[in-house]
Structures are given as C-alpha cells and as structure tokens.
Design a protein around this ligand. Sequence first.
Ligand SMILES: C[S@@+](CC[C@H](N)C(=O)[O-])C[C@H]1O[C@@H](n2cnc3c(N)ncnc32)[C@H](O)[C@@H]1O
Length: 405
Amino acid sequence: LARTRLDLSDELAARVLGGEATLGIADLSDARPAEAPGRPLWLRDRRGVILGTAVADPENGLLRVLSRDAVQTLNEALFRPRVRRAMAWRRGLGLADGRSACRLLNGEGDGVSGFEADLFGPYAVLFVYAWGLLNLGRVLARTLLELPGIEGVVMKVRLKRDPGGGPGAIHQEVVGREPPESLVVHEEDLPFEVHLLSGLNTGLFTDMREHRRGLRRFVAGKRVLNTFAYTCSLSVSAARGGAATVTSVDLSSGVLAWGRENFRLAGLDPESSAYRFEAEDTLRLLEAEAGRRGAYDVVILDPPTYSSARDARFSVRENTPDLVERAAALFPAEEGGMLWVSANTRRGPSILPAVEEGLRRAGRTARMLEVGGLPPDYPTLVGDARARYLQVLLLHVTRRPPWNA
Ligand SMILES: C[S@@+](CC[C@H](N)C(=O)[O-])C[C@H]1O[C@@H](n2cnc3c(N)ncnc32)[C@H](O)[C@@H]1O
C-alpha cells in the first residue's frame, strides 16, 4: 500500500506526542486519507515533521497509532519486540506456562491497538477489532507463532454485518497448528474445558481468573448461588473452595452441560445433591426462590451487559437494582450474606449506585469488602479509564448498619 501522509492539527499532534494510541477520524480536518481500512499513514505536524505511523480503522472511526517512527512497512519486525515483551511479562506473573490461560496482548496496553490475544495452553486466540485490520492481524499472528511455546493462533474477527443478515457472525482463520475442538487448560489446580474454534467466547473468561481464585476465600461451608453461570467456572471454584452447596443458573442448558463437564474435570460429581444446575432466567429463578429466605449465604451476580436471549430481556443498567433486591432477600435475616457483583463498565459509570438502590428496596444495607477489577495481565494506558472496564464488588449484606448491630 502506498504511504499516505496525514497532517495533524496542533492539538492532535500534541495528543500523539503525549502517547495516545488512538485518534478519532472525525477529529481530522481532512478525513479522506483515513478512509481506506488498513491503510498505513504517516502522521505529520504542521511543520511537516513526521510524528509516527498509524493505521486507518474507519469501521471503528479510529486511527490507531502503531509507531512513533516513520515505519516503512508494517511487518513482523514492528510487532516482534512488543510480542516478546508481552510474553515475558506474563511469564513473570507465573502465567503463560503452556498449560494455563491468560491475556497475552491487551490492545493499547501492549502496543497493539485494535488487537487482543488470549493464551490457552499452547494456543493463542487473536481478536481482530475490524475487518480492515485482518491483513495486519495475520502479520501479528505470524509474529505470535514465532514465540516458543505457541503452536497455533486462531484469529477471530467479529463482523459488523453478517453476509447472511444476522448480527454477531465471526470470521475465523487459523495460523499454524489448528487446536483440537476441545482443550483443557489449568488455573493452578483447577482444570477448565475450552473450545477455541467455536464462536467468539471460548468457555473461560481470562479477566476473571483472580476473581475465581478470590472466591475460594469465603465460601467454605456456605450455600452458593451462581447466576449467569455460563460454563460454571465460578461454581467450580466455589465447590473446590469447600462450598456446602452450589446452584448454577443460566438460560442456556448447553453451557450448563459444559459446566457439568468442568465439575467432572475438577474431580467433583455434578450429580451430587450438593450441586444443582438450573436452565432458567435469573430474575425468574430469584423470584421463585423468594419464599425461601435464608436459602443462600453467597450470591454471585455476573450478568452480561445486555441480553435479549429467549425473551428474557436484560440490561445491567435497568435490571441491577432488581437483581440485587431479589438476591438480598435470599440471605438469612440475622447473619445476612455475601454478595459478589460484577459489571462491564466500558459504557457506563460504576454500578455501585444501582447496587445501593437494590439494597434499599430490600430494606438492607451492606459493608463493602473489596472492589476489584482487571488483573495485571490486562495492562491499559494510564489515560484510558474506559479500558479498565471490569468492576467486581464484594459486599457483606446485613440487615442494619454494623454500628447498630
Ligand atoms: C457474561 S456470561 C457470564 C460469565 C460467567 N459468570 C463466567 O464467569 O464464566 C453471561 C451468561 O449469562 C447468560 N444469560 C443471559 N441472560 C440471562 C438470563 N436472563 N438469565 C440467566 N442467564 C442469562 C448467558 O447464557 C451467558 O452464559
């Protein structure tokens, strides 16, 4: 592709010099050079000094700054030092050991704006954030494959519009060795089954690893309700943490079957009366359980930001107070219980006000025990608050304020 020069205003030039990894195409005085997806662009200030090289991503309305030099070709040499540094950081964390799962490349935080990669044992799943970045993604995939310990890379691009009409279709291609349909990875002593070749989600969210481990600190002997359980990874953690009973709820019976398999892999019998799997809408299940006050000591709420699956419309913004209100009603009246709530805050503020609203409606109050987020294998740029999208709150829900107990 021919190199195109793009002149930046003083303000945009200052932002590039300040280390920002993306610029909005809408902010350019002349957007035409940035209209071709994947096109490399030399960014110049008003004196003609080249500030760096960016790539055009009009699907997301962005210029992605990839280098502070005038790079001649966007090839493996550009990515190699970043990919090696990324791997060294995860190895230093005790991850990326050929058997575990973690984030390997986290977009801007690892100098690869437009791309993210998760590592599952010897395979990487590379998420490419626009169709126009596919060629560059292939270059990145080949660079990942140079790393010792990586045997294959599965690239996934979410298509904005499915040629068949529906949303949510993905394009997928494999570079290097194709992973098996089903693979087992480990988090310390816990095995989980992942499927790297089907759909966008693999069965294990790497951003929750430390929260799965953290859960084990306070579930021993407790009755745990895990809602929006997906493949039951938090349920398995709770069960292995010594929970007396674990109930897992998800709309999809398919993911719950996968969850049972995760129980078996972890040496737990999913047919035991201590474990229940309910294919049900969470709000409906919480309502049905409402008559059983005192039925649970720990409730996990890990909803998707938005879902319209099977007529059970759900949105975090609207439904968090309902979820919290109904969950809080299930704890023993005197001792109360532990509420574990997560939210993806990329598109909104903290969920704490919605949680407070739910507690108020339930006539309860709470002590905050922990506010968590992304683990260190998810580095983000310091100025980019939106990139720290994960919020996990741990609360001890009580009947009255602790000073009044
Ligand atoms: C973000 S995932 C949950 C991740 C899971 N807690 C984990 O740690 O792996 C969302 C899950 O919620 C389920 N789901 C969506 N709407 C639901 C509803 N109204 N009731 C129950 N499950 C729902 C989906 O089927 C999906 O498995």
